[in-house]
Design a protein around this ligand. Structure first.
Ligand code: EPU
Length: 428
């Protein structure tokens, strides 16, 4: 298992290119199951989660060819319907194959996703949405067995106690495009990644109206062709680099990021006294000239502040000039980074789904370990500003969702290196 060693205290400077969005490409790749012809995806990041999805697709009879930043897919065997436990347990986004399998092959056997370190992550809304379209579902021996032969367009309400569901919306949308009749999805997730998936489906010949909003109208078609699509930029990677620039008092230009997907993060940074400039060439410049100011953050569904940036912003607020309140409304238990940040001298107190962060003068480098992608990213952000050396263990979590993170940081002047270890990363 690799580790990252960081010597903190270097202000980051320079330009960084933002990769394609993990959470867009995963459902889009699942959607290629729906296509009659070859699909070409561009702007594809090189990530561990993507490799997992490629393995699942191969299990499902889809040929996938991987080039630099590009994936080509072609369905070669549409008799396969089983997404096995061994793969699904390593990545929850695997559930995204359920909708396309039901719509295209009328049958699916997908391992029921297990526990997750960021808190309970049920799939009841996915199931209710697909059942609402007429799919028959039963759970047996750890697998969801689904029959899609009687599906037809209906009105589906997808809101839950914590708002809409991102991959649940993706699943119902992917099922609806090939389901006869009109499906109306109310309380659909408005995340840019769902909109990107919808645009890909339209490029394949799907009929989707209301893209980007909470009310989607889908008219089923008989078949979908292959399509070529460029994946949107990863707003969470961009937001992570913004916090890295802010906490190190750096001056960083993000290339390829879409500022319109980052409104909440940019507004929050501005409140923190960070200068964020949207430039004419569509790049974003982030400069932190003064001490970080405290602020309050509440995570919400898009366009609210994203839960996937909560940990990185909390790390940054650890050195703010005062107290901040960080409230998690999507995953009320997503605070595993708190104890590790405390090892780095952060002063954080948890009260239910809120963390009260008391800004300190400096963080102190320490060996730390995290068990979730964004929590690990937060520890890297903290390490970049900390005095002394931070050793982040279990880097495989970061490799799931950040493309060459240490190379990109080194190019910005960070003193960070990967210490490789032959022990294989566990499959969790
Ligand atoms: N929820 C339910 N029932 C469901 C589904 C979700 O109650 O059937 C609840 C969840 O427990 C949570 C809320 O609804 O409280 C939102 O969950 P959602 O379904 O939107 O999450 P997801 O689709 O499983 C995606 C991202 C996550 C991101 C969340 C929220 C992908 C592959 N994953 O997960 O990304 O945190 O949306 O924005 O798109 C990450 O990249 O690190 C990551 C965890």
């Amino acid at each position: 298992m690799d580790k990252l060693e960081i010597e903190g205290g270097v202000p980051l400077r320079g330009e960084v290119a933002i990769s394609g969005a993990k959470n867009a490409v995963l459902p889009i790749l699942a959607a290629t199951i729906l296509a009659d012809g070859p699909c070409v995806l561009e702007g594809v990041p090189d990530l561990r989660d993507l490799d997992t999805m490629i393995r699942i697709l191969r299990e499902l009879g889809v040929e996938v060819e991987k080039g630099p930043g590009i994936l080509t897919t072609q369905v070669v065997d549409d008799s396969k319907c089983r997404a096995p436990y061994e793969l699904v347990k390593t990545m929850r986004a695997s559930i995204c194959v359920l909708g396309p399998l039901l719509a295209r092959r009328k049958r699916a056997e997908v391992s029921f996703p297990g526990g997750c370190v960021i808190g309970p992550r049920p799939i009841d809304l996915h199931v209710a949405g697909l059942e609402g379209l007429g799919a028959e579902m039963r759970l047996e021996a750890g697998y969801i067995h689904a029959d899609g032969r009687k599906m037809s367009g209906r009105e589906i309400y997808l809101g839950g106690a914590y708002g809409p569901t991102v991959t649940g919306t993706a699943n119902v949308l992917m099922a609806a495009v090939l389901t006869p009749g009109t499906t109306v999805i109310e309380h659909a997730a408005c995340e840019p990644e769902v909109a990107d998936l919808a645009r890909f489906l339209v490029a394949m010949g799907g009929k989707v109206v209301g893209i980007g909003g909470p009310h989607l109208e889908v008219t089923g078609v008989d078949r979908l062709t292959g399509a070529r699509h460029r994946v949107i930029a990863d707003r969470i990677e961009a937001g992570t680099f913004m916090t890295a620039a802010a906490i190190t008092h750096g001056d960083v230009v993000l290339r390829g990021a879409d500022a319109s997907h980052l409104t909440a993060a940019i507004a929050t940074l501005t409140r923190m006294g960070v200068t964020v400039e949207r430039r004419a060439d569509k790049s974003i410049r982030v400069r932190a000239l003064e001490r970080i100011r405290p602020t309050d953050i509440v995570t919400l569904p898009h366009p609210g502040f994203p839960t996937d940036l909560q940990a990185q912003f909390m790390a940054t607020l650890c050195v703010a000039d005062g107290n901040s309140f960080v409230t998690e409304k999507i995953y009320p238990e997503r605070f595993i980074h708190v104890a590790e940040l405390q090892r780095m001298r952060a002063r954080i107190r948890k009260e239910g789904p809120t963390a009260i962060v008391e800004g300190v003068d400096y963080l102190s480098g320490a060996p730390v370990m995290a068990s979730d992608l964004r929590a690990s990213a937060a520890l890297v952000v903290a390490g970049l500003a900390a005095r002394g050396t931070t050793l982040v263990d279990r880097v495989y979590h970061i490799d799931r969702g950040y493309e060459r993170i240490e190379e990109k940081l080194v190019a910005l002047g960070a003193r960070i290196r990967r210490i490789s270890d032959r022990t294989p990363a566990p499959l969790d």
